[in-house]
Ligand binder design. Structure first.
Ligand code: SAM
Length: 224
């Protein structure tokens, strides 16, 4: 199982470091994920390779023009094309689970005020947002998707159970708190139950912690 990402971005250099480090770098080295860059600037107009223009109707900022984007996206028609935009559905684990099963995924990163709507209407399969805030471009959101998908692919995370027993999985709750050695640190003790060796009590404590944390922080995740 592997995923090939096509990144449509005016700033491919943005990805240099995040794609090199840690498990994403390893996934690329081992061929579990592949990344190909497509820069709309290569199809830009004139000597300056212009890719943006003023908005029809007036208003602040510039809009990414349809021409360079269409030429960039034409050869990617057989891939699943996702646009990163604040107007999209909030990114969730469900998206990542789904994207991890797609052979070729195109991530389109906007810049400026965004991209011409005709490109959205005619080239994009799905719109995804990183959250209710506005970034300078879609690159951070694309990097989040790549990292979230990579860790779901076989062999990337050492222990596959790590991607099963975690927040939003199973009972759908937030994860319980974790502790490691030493059992006492600066006078702060680890909850006694975790040192008891009683697996039934530990499981019950963990479930209670998940429920309490989720009730306080994300009541929307508690099943009806
Ligand atoms: N004018 C747009 C709006 O009000 O929704 C914001 C444009 S933003 C400055 C430029 C680009 O950054 C967007 O086209 C999008 O690709 C990306 N972007 C910004 N915030 C994002 C978010 N929360 N999720 C995903 N992409 C985002």
């Amino acid at each position: 199982m592997s995923v090939k990402f096509h990144l449509v971005t005016l700033f491919p250099e943005f990805f240099e470091s995040p794609m090199e480090v840690s498990l994403v770098g390893k996934a690329i080295d081992e061929g579990t994920i592949e990344i190909e860059f497509h820069n709309p600037r290569s199809h830009g107009a004139g000597v300056h390779r212009q890719v943006d223009d003023a908005p029809f109707g007036g208003g602040a900022g510039m809009v990414m023009a349809p021409g360079p984007l269409a030429e960039t996206l034409d050869p990617l028609a057989t891939t699943y094309r996702v646009l990163l935009t604040p107007s999209g559905a909030p990114l969730s684990q469900d998206h990542l689970d789904r994207f991890a099963c797609i052979d070729e995924l195109t991530l389109v990163c906007g810049r400026y005020e965004g991209i011409d709507q005709r490109i959205v209407d005619n080239f994009i399969d799905e719109e995804v947002s990183l959250g209710d805030f506005v970034l300078l471009g879609g690159e951070v959101a694309a990097a989040a998707i790549i990292e979230g998908v990579a860790r779901l692919l076989p062999g990337v995370v050492g222990n596959p159970e790590s991607t099963v027993n975690e927040s939003f999985r199973g009972d759908g709750l937030l994860e319980e708190p974790h502790y490691t050695r030493p059992s006492e640190f600066r006078g702060w003790a680890v909850p006694e139950v975790l040192l008891s060796g009683d697996h039934k009590r530990i499981a019950a404590w963990r479930r209670e912690q998940r429920l309490e944390r989720t009730r306080k922080r994300r009541p929307d995740l508690i099943p009806e």
